[in-house]
Design a protein around this ligand. Structure first.
Ligand code: TXA
Ligand code: MG
Length: 340
């Protein structure tokens, strides 16, 4: 495997050369890991079936899981769909460019079949990261880009995270530092009953404030969303180490340690930390918490602990996406004995 080329983008001159190099690689059908405002994405020409196939191979992603098409603006988004409802206009005006992905009825042939996993819909987003915007504005094809991590592991919020899971599997990484939002975009489905497929930085209340109530029954009816959003599997965004979310972390830590188990703790500001336990303290503000969540899970994974305890965060609209990711990170995997 050839090691991945990395370009650090920390000044205007490096920005220009990074954009030019990325466009060269993408135009030749290569894979480029790019920063977005949410997480790093693994980008390829969405119209080139061979380039798209490389994304699935690099990630080890099942072909049944469609990927998001990234475009520079609303006009380019409309070119990918067969219908553009009024609700899409409202959402695009309010939240694009930004961390919202909209699922719509696709226009046949607008992107390679594998981008949509052969389904009738396409997921589209106009990202706001200046580096990626610049690339999108200079190419004449959309970019298929899932998060730049091996399938089912934690999404990358730094170039180091990308290299840790994909070194040698991607042609180029553009390193523009940690991402601003820290978790993946909100995904909303406008192709059928209007519903949230994945909570994210744009909250349910923000969306409902604009286009009216979402169809909660339709969200429930698919459970883990297997039928419509195959990526929303129960265990996802998960570290290698088991995760337990606890509203009484001190007690949980004591219980596990008394059986000799090594624990790492993702605490919340205000928790009384335990000097014996590696600990990372999260902010009480949901936007800051989100930004740091995956970095904290990556950190916890490196502590050589047998278990990660996470202090249960507050509840409420602004915390929905955080609870969603923690639920997926903590879905049962291993052989931990049950405690009373
Ligand atoms: O913030 C993000 O959205 C990042 C950055 C790179 O843009 N991308 C990302 O992509 O998180 P990915 O592939 O890791 O997650 C995309 C989600 C998956 O759950 C996938 O199943 C769903 O969007 N999705 C994609 N196309 C879909 C479609 N046509 N219908 C329903 N769900 C779809
Ligand atoms: Mg992903």
């Amino acid at each position: 495997m050839t090691p991945t080329e990395t370009i650090r983008v920390d000044c205007d001159a490096s920005l220009e050369s990074a954009v030019a190099r990325a466009i060269t690689v993408l135009s030749r059908g290569g894979l480029v890991a790019v920063p977005t405002e949410t997480v790093y994405g693994l980008a390829a020409n969405a119209r080139d079936p061979e380039a798209v196939a490389k994304i699935f191979a690099a990630k080890g992603r099942p072909a049944t899981n469609p990927v998001i098409a990234h475009v520079p603006n609303v006009e380019a988004a409309r070119a990918l769909v067969s219908e553009w409802p009024e609700s899409a206009s409202l959402l695009a005006r309010a939240f694009w460019p930004g961390p919202l992905t909209i699922v719509l009825a696709k226009r046949i042939g607008a992107v390679a079949e594998d981008v949509t996993a052969g389904g009738p819909t396409v997921a589209i987003r106009v990202p706001s990261h200046p580096l990626l915007s610049r690339i999108l504005n200079r190419i004449d094809f959309p970019l298929a880009a899932p998060s730049a991590n091996r399938s089912e592991s934690i999404s990358p919020t730094t170039a180091e995270h990308v290299l840790a899971s994909l070194d040698g599997r991607v042609d180029l990484v553009l390193d523009a530092g940690p991402t601003a939002r820290g978790i993946e975009s909100t995904v909303i489905d406008l192709a059928g009953p209007v519903r949230l497929l994945r909570p994210g930085p744009i909250t349910r209340d923000q969306i409902e404030g604009l286009i009216g109530p979402l169809n909660r029954a339709a969200e429930e009816s698919t459970g883990d969303g297997v039928a419509r959003s195959p990526g929303m599997m129960k265990r996802h965004y998960a570290p290698k180490t088991s995760v337990e979310v606890s509203s009484d972390p001190a007690r949980a830590i004591h219980r596990h340690r008394s059986t000799g188990r090594r624990v790492a703790w993702i605490a919340l500001v205000g928790d009384v930390v335990d000097p014996e336990c590696p600990c990372r303290v999260m902010a009480a503000d949901p936007i800051e918490y989100q930004r740091d969540l995956y970095a904290a899970l990556h950190w916890a994974d490196e502590q050589e602990a047998e278990l990660i305890i996470v202090t249960a965060p507050p509840v409420g609209d602004a915390w929905e996406a955080i609870h969603d990711r923690l639920r997926r990170a903590s879905a049962f995997i291993g052989d931990l004995p049950q405690f009373p």
